[in-house]
Every structure is written in C-alpha cells, then in structure tokens.
Design a protein. Sequence first.
Lengths: 353, 353
Amino acid sequence: MPPSPFSNARLSVRRRSPGARETAGDWDDPETLVRFARDLDVLTLDHEFVDAAALAAAEAAGLRVRPSAATLRRIQDKLVQKETLAAAGLAVAPFRPVATAADLVAAGAAFGWPLVLKLRRGGYDGRGNRVVHNPTEAAPAIAAFAGKPGGLYVEGWAAFRRELAVMVVRDDAGQIVAYPPVLTVQRDNICHEVQLPCGAADEAVTIARRAAEAFAVVGALGVELFELMDGSILVNEVAPRPHNSGHYTIEACVTSQFENHVRAVLGLPLGDPSPRVAAAVMVNVLADADGPGQPAGLAEALAVPGVALHLYGKAAARRGRKMGHVTATGDDLAEVAARARAAAAALRFGEGA
Amino acid sequence: MPPSPFSNARLSVRRRSPGARETAGDWDDPETLVRFARDLDVLTLDHEFVDAAALAAAEAAGLRVRPSAATLRRIQDKLVQKETLAAAGLAVAPFRPVATAADLVAAGAAFGWPLVLKLRRGGYDGRGNRVVHNPTEAAPAIAAFAGKPGGLYVEGWAAFRRELAVMVVRDDAGQIVAYPPVLTVQRDNICHEVQLPCGAADEAVTIARRAAEAFAVVGALGVELFELMDGSILVNEVAPRPHNSGHYTIEACVTSQFENHVRAVLGLPLGDPSPRVAAAVMVNVLADADGPGQPAGLAEALAVPGVALHLYGKAAARRGRKMGHVTATGDDLAEVAARARAAAAALRFGEGA
C-alpha cells in the first residue's frame, strides 16, 4: 500500500452521545484501527484509502466493517476494480496492466492513442493519472511514475460526449436504492458542477445497481459514467462512499446520500431517494490561492435566494482545495444553475476574509 | 436571578474549525461568560435563561451579543414581557403582579376565574405555572411558590380555540423574515405536535413581526399565540431563539429557522423562509420512562416513508424528557400527519434499546 494521499492519518468518530472520539495514528495499522474501533457498532469510511488488509484485520477481530474489506480490496486497486466491472458484464474502456514503455506502446497499438496511464492505487481527482498521446511520450510517462508503489495500468481513451454519475446505496440484504442520474462537469479533473435532471437513459441506473452488486457494497457507491457519442454508457470508476456527485441530495432528495449511507451500514431500512424538486445544481467551491479557511464574499453569496451554502470548516485554504459547495434547487434547470453559480462565484478563498 | 432550570451550566460553542470549545462554569457569572466568549465573533443563546446582567457585562466588555442583553431583560421576566407586548399595542390576556392570596382574590374579581399564576422567571413547558380555579385555591397556590425567587404574576384565563405559533427572524437592520403560522398541539403543557398549514389569519404574522420589533430581537423569535373563539388572536408568550414550533422548517422551508438565526446574529443576509412543501407535521418524541438514551423501534420508525428523524443524542432518557422529534412532509396534511405520528409512536425510550 502506498502512502496515504491524505497528510494526516487521523481516525475519528461521532459517538452516540455528544462528543467525538479521535485517535491520532496510522489508519493502515491494524492494531491502531482495532484499538480505535473496538466498541463501535460499525466501522465505516468516508474515503477509500484505508488499506483493505487493515480492515480485514478489524473484521477478524469481530468488528462490523461496512463496506467490507473484500469490497475495498476490489475497489482500491483500480486494475482489480476494472476487472470486477468487466467480469460483471459492464462496459468499460479497454484496459491492461503495464510496467514498461514497451508495454505502453503495445497498448497504444491495441487500443489506439491517446491512452490514460494510471496508478493502480491512491489516485483521486486526476492525481495519479497521465494522458499519453503517442509512442514518443511512453518512456517519459513511465518515468514520471517511477518509484510510486502499487503498479500501473493503462486505459484506452473514451471519447465521451459527457460525464454522468449515479449514486446508489445497498444494504446487507442486497436491497438497493438509486438516486437519479446527474450530469457532472469536470474542470482540471475535479468535479466542478453537478446538474439534475440530465436526461440520461434509464440504463445509467441499471448499470449503477449492477456495479453495487458486483462489489457487494454495503453503504453508498458513487458510480462515474461516460456517455459516448452513440449514447452508450461506460463505467469510468466507482467510489464506495458518499460522493461529491451526490452532495445535491441533501437539499434535493427525500433522504440524502449521507443518511442512506448511515442507514445502510447500521442495518436500518433505507430511505426514499426520490427528488423533492424538479431541478438542482451543485457547484464546488475551490480555493483560488493559499490563505485562511474563511472566505470573502459570504454575505454576497447568502444574498442569492434559495441557495444552500456548505463550508467545510477547513482551517486553511490551499490553491485548488475543495473548501465547500453550494446547492440551488428550483423548477427550471437554467435558472437554478444561474443561482448556484452566482453564489459559488461570490465566495473567494485565499485573498483574506 | 433564580437558579437555572437546567442542571448543568455549561457553555459550549462550535468553532469555525472542527472541534468545539467547552467551558464548565456558571453562565450567569459575568467573568466566566466573558472569558469563554472573549475572541468569538458573536455570542448567542439557545435558551433564554442566561441572566441579562451577565450578558450586559459581556456587551460592556466589547462582545457582540445577539439577541442583546436588553432584549433578554425584557423577555426573561415574563411580567416585563407582557408589559412590553401590551405597550406595543398587542393583545394579551389581562395580567398583573401578585404577591399574596389577597392579591390573587382581587385579580379573580377583576379578570374572572380561573387564573393562571406564574413565576416571573425561569418557567418553561408549564413548569412555574399553576391554574387557580377559585378564591379557595388562592392561598395554597401562593404557598406552592413560597421561596421561589423573582416574584409572581397572574394572568386571566384565555378561552382559546387553538394555539398557533409564528417564527420570525430579525436582523440588525430591522429586516424581518416570517415563517408561515402553524398549529401547535400541547400535551401536558409541552408542545406535542406542529402542523403546517393551519389556516390562520394573516394577522398572526403581523402580530409576530410587531413582537420582534417590540423586543428589538436580533435572531429568531418564537411567538406563541392563542386563537380565541371569535377568531381574534392574543400573544401568549415569546422565546428569543429557535423554537420547537419551528423545527419543521429544517425539512419544510427553503431556509431553516436555525440557519436564519445564525445568519441574523452574524449580520449576514436572511434567507428565504418560504415553505418548499404543501404540508408538514412535526411530532416531539418524549421518553415514557427513565432509561438509556437509545430508543427501541428505530428500524420501525425509519421504515415509515418520507419522515426525517432527529435524535438529540442525550445520554439518558427521563420520563417526559424530549429525546428527539420527527418531521414528515408531503402534499396532504392528514396523510402527512399519519406518517409523522406512526414514526414517532414507533420510537420508545425508557424500555431498553
């Protein structure tokens, strides 16, 4: 397992009673993890980078871990993730493991150019990915990942028309609730905006349900999809947790992705995922520069009607860091999008507050 | 100031950054209060029992206190509260201060029987109130409050048809947003159920706005109203904080009472209080007996569709203690009420979980 992409390996939990427990330590260390979780009802995750072997040790110690170590093992290695999706009969871009520049050149001959070279472990928001446009770029691309543990794989380029996402939540009994498909707009490889409705085919939901079954997920699964020019849909990747593409569900749906994740991992009945509104738009708020964790423009953002503002309370802004998001809801997608964008644009991190 | 009706005088605050500050001490002690609040942006309250003199000391130390000490001073003494409402031209039941049984008998002669004898300070949920049905009960009633500090007053009986409430939120500039009137159903002097819509006259909102102005409230004000047999409306009492009758706004309105309270006390623009749904019903969940803080029936409650469950995380249940509430929303009031009541009835505190 490579080093965690997060700088602080800190375990924390919200207890039944007010007040949280916090343990500073390495969450990939089984002993620390088991000591932390010993008397909890359930151990769950808000990111997928806790080593599956540590989670398996927690399970062996009798803890309830949801999603399970087996699910995490099949997802956190992206090559195994792709293999699992393909084995379930779900369409994905062509892929194969690679180790050398020669492997890359051979993949280009098989899949066509460009290729996307990826770390098998630890990547997110475009980190750990690199586009390789032609055979000349093969050796430098391999060299760029030299020393990174966990190995590499490569995917063929999916010439997609747009990116979609579907949140599903699955319980221990295999019941699944599915949120409606949304359009996700990326900027610099980071989710920038999410739009409901998006007019996606029902097939998007069917695919997301089958992905949840393929990984035997218990809890939330974010399923990122490519809609190709011909309307067909490929799975890009999955994340076994509440997902940025589902933040809109807080305001827009009867039961949010967060509540349904908690219901699922606790073995409680799943809630209704239906939308309460005709249209919702979520816009991420990223810092433009390093600076304090408080934004300028708060009053201006809150003056936009019908917008819910979520600030994450991070102590400091760093250029490109997600500091919060805004969600607008209403009847008309274009009008809703205009409000969400206006509120997000008003918030400025990194220039003092 | 009499002893606080709450057993633990504990000050706490949610900081900008994750993690809360907590000071154990007497919140009526100005020195403790100022030390606690020294570097906060604003000091606000979630109940009205912090001594106005302590808040005035905090203001004198340069702290921003919202609602202000002056507002609290006029509300926490219920006789002064009634005088303020009457002086603003708002209709209230007849009232006067009393000290002796003879005073009570004289009030009965003036207002008619029964009377409601009340502690001027510290009462809530019917505590500190006593109905006096006739002159014979006057002496025992006075004796029942012997030794309670702060004095007594008496009100004439308001023969109301039903009880209503209106939440308003006022900012420093005097702008007010008003939530729609709701019907409140009391049981054993405690709010049991809240229903939207309730068909109340627009006058209810006008009265609530004028009450917020009369007390110069900054933040939320819960205005409890009596609708009399002839349709006229009296003010019962006010509470300068988010209020049980406004909990339904979390799910049912564009901006909740909690968010608008925070916006107001921070000097940020107020949000839209409009309902997002045609009907909402909130039912309080009280413990039937002493016991653990975890309820039985959680899965049963969550199996009711379209209900939001709020558990307060209290460590222990005591008979009659508010442990949480449920809110259902939808199109039809009767159908929504049935769902809210079913979910609330499923939750059982005090019988082990």
